[in-house]
Design a protein around this ligand. Structure first.
Ligand code: C2E
Ligand code: CA
Ligand code: CA
Ligand code: CA
Length: 275
């Protein structure tokens, strides 16, 4: 596009100007969202298939915007990453997740999503440990979920940080497995405890042979490397049956519970497991 001033530019790409404006507004609003108490957490159970009961909860950030209502994390997390606000939000998520687990979930193990920007912050490891210690949450009940792209961006640094977290007892999960770069060498080099098979493979498990083959390969890999394998996005009994027959370690998805506030989620799990 030629830069003939703002109007020409906007006319050349309709919608761009308003998108940009909306984004700037959200960015400005997000800057105060934590202080104003607009963020909250939803917890989704990860259910162990061997014990047939919940193993832990994944923590997912929610933003209730005073004017626009619920804003999806897939929209506001990237904005927070760009503005650098992700560190404050990320710290809030970690602290609040631990606190709510202790207060409302009997101190159940939890996992939180961490973005590359957080991992690259100076003193990330010390910062996380300080929060856990302050709240009184045991590190071995705390798991960090990371996507592969984070590892690719700065491999050496990521490796150093993950090893340091691991030494301090924090667990590590490789999220959205199969969607990113999926270099198997990451599984060997990085000290993961858990692999999460991306929802896109689970979605078509019953109908698509290649999705099933990939899911099976990941489960075999998990066994061989002594990692716990979690299937994400399990919505049907059929999917569950397939995963259980292949000895998947854990399952997570709407079949068991949507992500819910802490005081609602424990009840939901009991109800659905009783069926
Ligand atoms: P993710 O880590 O892959 O989280 C799983 C997403 O799948 C969640 O979307 C969850 O609500 C959804 N989900 C769970 N079970 C099912 C199912 O059975 N069917 C379907 N269709 N969806 C299911 P959500 O909560 O909108 O989060 C989207 C993404 O935003 C997350 O993907 C994660 O990458 C990011 N995110 C969320 N909270 C945080 C956070 O506190 N920090 C960071 N850095 N990222 C976050
Ligand atoms: Ca995740
Ligand atoms: Ca995921
Ligand atoms: Ca995802």
């Amino acid at each position: 596009a030629k830069r003939n001033g703002r109007n020409t530019f906007a006319g050349f790409e309709p919608g761009m100007d308003t998108d940009l404006k909306a984004r700037r507004e959200l960015d400005a609003d997000l800057a105060q969202a934590v202080e104003r108490g607009e963020l909250s957490l939803a917890f989704q159970p990860r259910v162990g298939l061997k014990c047939g009961s919940f193993v832990s909860y994944e923590t997912l950030a929610r933003w209730h915007h005073p004017k626009r209502g619920e804003i999806k994390p897939s929209l506001f997390i990237p904005i927070a990453e760009q503005s650098g606000k992700i560190n404050e939000i990320g710290n809030w998520v970690i602290r609040e997740a631990c606190r709510q687990s202790l207060d409302k979930l009997g101190g159940a193990p939890i996992s939180v999503n961490v973005s590359g920007h957080q991992l690259r912050t100076r003193d990330f490891v010390e910062n996380v440990l300080a929060i856990l210690e302050d709240v009184g949450f045991p590190p071995d009940r705390f798991e960090i979920e990371l996507t592969e792209s984070i590892l690719v961006e700065d491999r050496d640094r990521a490796l150093t940080v993950l090893k340091a977290l691991k030494r301090r007892g924090i667990r590590l999960a490789l999220d959205d497995f199969g969607t990113g770069y999926s270099s198997l060498s990451y599984l060997r080099a990085f000290p993961f405890d858990t692999i999460k098979i991306d929802r896109s493979f689970i979605m078509n498990l019953a109908t698509d042979k290649s999705s099933l083959a990939i899911a099976e390969a990941v489960m075999d890999l998990g066994r061989a490397l002594n990692l716990s394998v979690v299937a994400e996005g399990v919505e049907t009994v059929e999917q569950l049956t397939i995963l259980a027959s292949r000895h998947c370690d854990e399952v997570q998805g709407y079949l068991f519970s949507q992500p819910l506030p802490a005081d609602k989620v424990a009840h939901e799990v009991d109800k659905n497991l009783a069926r």
